[in-house]
Design a binder for this molecule. Structure first.
Ligand SMILES: [Zn+2]
Length: 396
């Protein structure tokens, strides 16, 4: 039996009936990474454990100060570091490899800091002004890996995040879903949209908008990250990530099962010689971060050298509700590009059994040559980004 993470089980209650949580994710915008300054050098931790200091700061415009700083400070403390907040979310998603932490020796939330700016939605001016104001107070850029700026303005969006990068901009009304979403952009994630295709195939797929399955697809804080997003970060251990075209029956452990649960989490199927891949994972409601997610086998269109953008295939286009992207038992999808059919045989709360037909005869599961080089390239890149010093890479 699985043991859902206790600390996250309450999230369902927190978000129950809260359409705003999803709406916030969708309302959020992304800004291309044009850092006005490098994020600086921060402490290098042993491999596999990367606390990332995040400066969560309230800022006052000359004509629009934060209305109630004490109240906002308390809310931000909860949003960033509380039991349902940003830090435990990514801690769980990364199996402890990524931890957002306050600046050493500082309060969890900084400010309010006065900017020499009148009310504006100019993200670049707010960013540089905040960094200068913090430096003037003895907090240089070297002290933080991320900067999350909270301010009072009506900009028409729920949040902004460099993609990838270090800065997020949050109007004071922002919540957990928006914060997780924008920090996802900082980690390089693009938006996760759904596609619908000709029934039972991957032919003539077209964009179907956001249908959940990740905070990057409007799923809010009640959804775990998608399988490609986890692969992008190197958060799926190699032993749990199988690349294969071999016909056969496979058992998939729920993608967001607790870290100690053994078994394959992600199946990756090469589609052609150009690098297109089909990523298959099982999402099960109630497994740690997936408190609101629907239960079903998910197919994603992606590439191993760029997992951060992907699309989830919605095999039930007649239902456009969030998190209805699962391939239910008995259903199958045939990919005419690879000649492979993926069928969900059965599911329970912990595992899914899927069948691949039309593939190669020789078993390739566990094959040490299963595209590891490209995967490693991606993972190594991200580990470098997370665990070593230096400026973030340019826009991806
Ligand atoms: Zn976004």
């Amino acid at each position: 039996m699985h043991r859902p993470s206790l600390k996250l089980r309450a999230r369902a209650a927190l978000l129950a009936g809260s359409a705003a949580a999803t709406a916030l994710g969708l309302a959020a915008r992304v800004i291309a990474a044009t850092p006005s300054a490098a994020p600086g050098v921060y402490n290098v931790e042993p491999a596999g454990l990367c606390p990332r200091p995040i400066a969560a700061v309230m800022v006052d415009f000359t004509d629009a100060p934060i209305e109630n700083p004490d109240e906002l400070r308390a809310r931000m403390e909860d949003l960033f570091f509380g039991p349902e907040g940003l830090a435990p979310y990514y801690g769980e998603a990364s199996d402890g490899q990524l931890t957002f932490v306050p600046l050493e020796g500082r309060p969890e939330v900084l400010g309010p800091v006065g900017l020499d700016l009148a009310n504006t939605c100019d993200a670049g001016a707010i960013n540089s002004g905040t960094r200068q104001a913090l430096a003037a107070q003895g907090i240089p850029e070297e002290d933080y890996a991320h900067l999350s700026i909270w301010f009072r303005a009506d900009c028409g969006w729920g949040g902004l995040g460099q993609q990838p990068g270090s800065t997020t901009w949050m109007p004071t009304g922002g919540g957990t879903s928006a914060l997780i979403h924008e920090l996802g952009h900082n980690l390089g994630f693009r938006h996760l949209s759904a596609v619908t295709c000709d029934p039972g195939t991957l032919d003539n797929c077209s964009d179907a908008g956001y249908r959940g399955s990740s905070p990057m697809g409007g799923g809010g804080a009640g959804s775990g990250l998608s399988a490609p997003e986890l692969l992008h970060m190197g958060w799926v251990p190699q032993a749990r990530h199988v690349t294969t075209t071999a016909a056969g029956t496979y058992t998939l452990r729920a993608l967001h099962a607790p870290a100690q649960a053994e078994g394959t989490r992600v199946l990756e199927i090469p589609r052609n010689d150009e690098g297109d891949r089909l990523v298959v994972a099982y999402r099960a409601n109630g497994q740690t971060l997936d408190v609101d997610a629907d239960t079903g086998v998910q197919l994603h269109l992606t590439r191993p050298d760029a997992y951060h953008p992907s699309q989830v295939v919605d095999p039930t286009p007649e239902s456009n509700e969030n998190d209805s992207n699962g391939l239910v038992p008995g259903a199958s999808v045939t990919d005419h590009t690879s000649g492979i059919t993926v069928e969900t045989v059965s599911t329970d709360g912990d595992t899914a059994t899927i069948r691949i037909t039309g593939g190669t005869e020789s078993p390739a599961a566990g094959d040490p040559d299963h595209g590891i080089n490209k995967q490693d390239t991606d993972a190594t890149y991200i580990v470098f980004l997370l665990c070593t010093s230096g400026p973030p890479p340019g826009p991806l």
